[in-house]
Ligand binder design. Structure first.
Ligand SMILES: [Zn+2]
Length: 272
C-alpha cells in the first residue's frame, strides 16, 4: 500500500520558513508533493498575506528568490516533489480558474514549462485550484499527459471528455460505492488509480481544521481493506499545532501498518 502527502498553495506569497516549520520532521519520512502556483494572483484570500489583497496582478514565483532557492534545494534532497496548481489560482465570476478561465490550454502549458524551468524539475501532476475542473479543463490536462490529484473528482460521464475507459471506470467506482454501502450522494474517495488513455487520476483525503485522527484512520483502513492506496491533502498555511499533531499521529499509524510504503505522490501512478 502506497501512502503519499500533497500540500497545496505554495506560491510567490509563501514564506519558505513556514514550509520548514510545518514539514521539517515530516519530509524525511515521506516526501511532500507541493502543488505550486506559477503566477499567483494577489487578491483577498486566507492563503495570501493581507498586504497583497489589493494587488490584483499575478506574481511570478521567481520574484520570491528565497523560496525558489529553498524549493530547489528541497527537490534536490528528495524532500519535496513539485506539482502544478493552476496558473494564477484566481477566481472568476462564473467559477474557479480551471472551470472558467478562457485560455486553459495555454495556462496549463505555460505554467508547466515555467515551473520546470524555475525549479529545475519535471512536472507530472496537476492539481486543479479548489479541486474544480471543467470538461474542457480535464480535456486540456489529459492532452498535456499530466496526471490528476483531486479530492472529489466527479465521475458523471457527462462532465468528462468521452473515451472508452470512461464507461469502465464509471462502473468500477459505482461498484465500489455499492460494496461500501454508500448512497448516490455519499462522499467517496475511490482508493485506486483510474487510468485513461493519456492520463490517470487519484483522489486525496483532506486534512483541514477539524479533521480528526479517527476520521483519517477510518479512511485509511477502508482503502487498505480494498487493496488501494492513500493520499493526504492539506495546506501548509492552515497547519497549526493541532493539525500537525493529527498529521504526525496518522503517519505513526500508517508506519505501524504492514506493507505500507511512504512514497512521493508521483509514485501513486506507477504501474503496480
Ligand atoms: Zn489551492
Amino acid at each position: 500500500m502506497k501512502v503519499a502527502i500533497r500540500d497545496d498553495d505554495t506560491s510567490f506569497f509563501t514564506d519558505p520558513a513556514r514550509l520548514d516549520h510545518v514539514y521539517h520532521d515530516v519530509w524525511d519520512r515521506v516526501p511532500i508533493c507541493l502543488a505550486v502556483v506559477p503566477h499567483a494572483m494577489g487578491f483577498a484570500d486566507k492563503a495570501i498575506p493581507e498586504r497583497y489583497w489589493q494587488a490584483n496582478r499575478p506574481h511570478p514565483l521567481e520574484d520570491n528568490g528565497a523560496l525558489v532557492a529553498r524549493l530547489r534545494a528541497l527537490v534536490e534532497d528528495g524532500k519535496v516533489t513539485i506539482a502544478q496548481h493552476g496558473f494564477t489560482h484566481e477566481d472568476f465570476s462564473d467559477g474557479y480558474e480551471f472551470q472558467a478561465a478562457p485560455d486553459l490550454e495555454s495556462r496549463l502549458a505555460r505554467g508547466q514549462a515555467y515551473l520546470e524551468q524555475v525549479l529545475a524539475t519535471r512536472i507530472r501532476i496537476f492539481v486543479p485550484p479548489h479541486n474544480a475542473l471543467s470538461k474542457r479543463g480535464l480535456q486540456a490536462v489529459s492532452a498535456a499527459g499530466l496526471n490528476l490529484l483531486g479530492s472529489f473528482l466527479s465521475f458523471r460521464p457527462s462532465l468528462r471528455p468521452w473515451e472508452l475507459r470512461t464507461a469502465a471506470n464509471w462502473w468500477r467506482v459505482r461498484a465500489y460505492r455499492s460494496t461500501t454501502n454508500r448512497g448516490k450522494s455519499d462522499r467517496l474517495i475511490y482508493p485506486h488509480v483510474l487510468r485513461y488513455t493519456r492520463h490517470a487520476e487519484f483522489g486525496c483525503h483532506g486534512l483541514i481544521p477539524g479533521t480528526t485522527l479517527e476520521q483519517l484512520v477510518a479512511a485509511f483502513e477502508e482503502a487498505r481493506r480494498a487493496g488501494g492506496h492513500f493520499c493526504l491533502a492539506t495546506h501548509y498555511w492552515e497547519v497549526d499545532d493541532a493539525m500537525k499533531d493529527v498529521l504526525r499521529r496518522f503517519l505513526d499509524h500508517a508506519a505501524r501498518t504492514p506493507d505500507v510504503r511512504f512514497v512521493a505522490a508521483e509514485r501513486l501512478f506507477d504501474a503496480e
